[in-house]
Write a protein that binds this ligand. Structure first.
Ligand code: DAS
Length: 327
């Protein structure tokens, strides 16, 4: 990487680009500020990187679509082969950032750093976290040791691996947590510490980006649920389902009976948990019924991984389990 790295910024909107128009207003609109504003602010603060912006979308990430995911993926993929680009930053809303991050992590190589960054406060809020998070992302993307760690998220002075990251609070600038690894480094605009060596240096894309995203519903567990809680989610083309179960991926017997019927018909059933944190490990019932244990992935990310696997023609239980076991 040259002394002043060339960083491509792919903007998608979110709160980081949001404005309220008044610091005293409760609501705000995401995706209002162009990426050039951040690039200008970074330049005025003396950041030693050549930043080039490109707008992929200007939206709240709750509205993200497979088409936008594809545009992001293709832009990153092209940048991986472009000798004029050293690293990529994606500005993104925080609501679905963990899903986008994991999807890109699974479908892109690791030869250049890719950093997702967002904010919990709009750009014109008192004490906005956007510009600090952005400068932190530039710091990470500029670092010679950043490649080979897969896609990363930078929020509240922490670097979290895509596989580990999740939004764990509705508000507050420290909304993101990592599990099983809390964070893989810390960063401020003036400092950077990695907790360990890159573990995925030179890794090729593990899976093809889905030509189409298969229908994979999430069945959220609740006390007293009945079979129809599963059945109302199914379509003819449903070949995968994620259970957001109680505790360690648990559910009422009537639900497991229904899921076992589906698994016997070839639907890939992944047991995850509605609980915020913790592993869902394999149990004897998984062997009995052909279920998959989501391990460290929560329901939303388990769904992304299952969609990628199904789209890549992987549906055999042990192969799917291996993908959930592999970091
Ligand atoms: N508006 C939401 C989003 O775009 C929240 C955010 O960005 O933090 O995901």
């Amino acid at each position: 990487m040259s002394a002043a790295p060339n960083i491509l910024i792919l903007a998608t909107g979110g709160t980081i680009a949001g404005t309220a128009g008044s610091a005293l207003k409760r609501d705000y609109r995401p995706g209002q500020i162009g990426i050039e504003s951040f690039i200008g602010q970074a330049g005025a603060l003396g950041v030693a990187a050549n930043l080039t912006g490109r707008e992929i979308a200007a939206m709240g990430s709750e509205d993200i679509t497979p088409e936008i995911w594809r545009a992001l993926h293709d832009a990153c993929d092209a940048a991986m082969d472009d000798s004029q680009v050293d690293a990529i930053i994606i500005t993104h809303g925080t609501d679905t950032a963990e899903e986008t991050a994991l999807l890109l992590d699974l479908t892109l190589p690791t030869n250049k750093p890719i950093v997702l960054v967002g904010a919990m406060r709009p750009a014109d809020a008192v004490g906005t976290d956007g510009i600090r998070n952005f400068l932190n992302a530039v710091r990470v993307a500029s670092d010679a040791d950043a490649a080979g760690r897969g896609v990363m998220m930078v929020m509240s002075d922490r670097i979290i691996s895509a596989r580990d990251a999740r939004k764990a609070k509705t508000t507050g600038t420290d909304a993101f947590k990592g599990f099983p690894r809390d964070s893989i480094g810390t960063v401020t605009p003036s400092s950077l510490d990695w907790f360990g060596e890159p573990w995925a240096k030179g890794r090729a894309a593990r899976f093809d980006f889905p030509a189409a995203f298969p229908h994979v519903p999430i069945c959220h567990a609740y006390a007293g649920m009945q079979r129809d809680a599963v059945d109302c989610l199914l379509r003819e083309e449903t070949h995968g389902l994620v259970l957001a179960g109680f505790g360690e991926g648990n559910a009422p017997r009537v639900i497991f009976d229904r899921l076992a019927e589906l698994a016997a018909k070839g639907v890939v059933v992944v047991r995850a948990s509605r609980v915020d944190e913790g592993l869902v490990d394999r149990l004897p019932m998984d062997d009995e019924h052909g279920f998959v244990a989501a391990r460290g992935l929560g329901p939303a990310k388990a769904r992304i991984l299952l969609q990628v696997l199904l789209a890549n023609g992987i549906s055999e239980m042990s192969e799917v389990q291996a993908a959930f076991d592999t970091r």
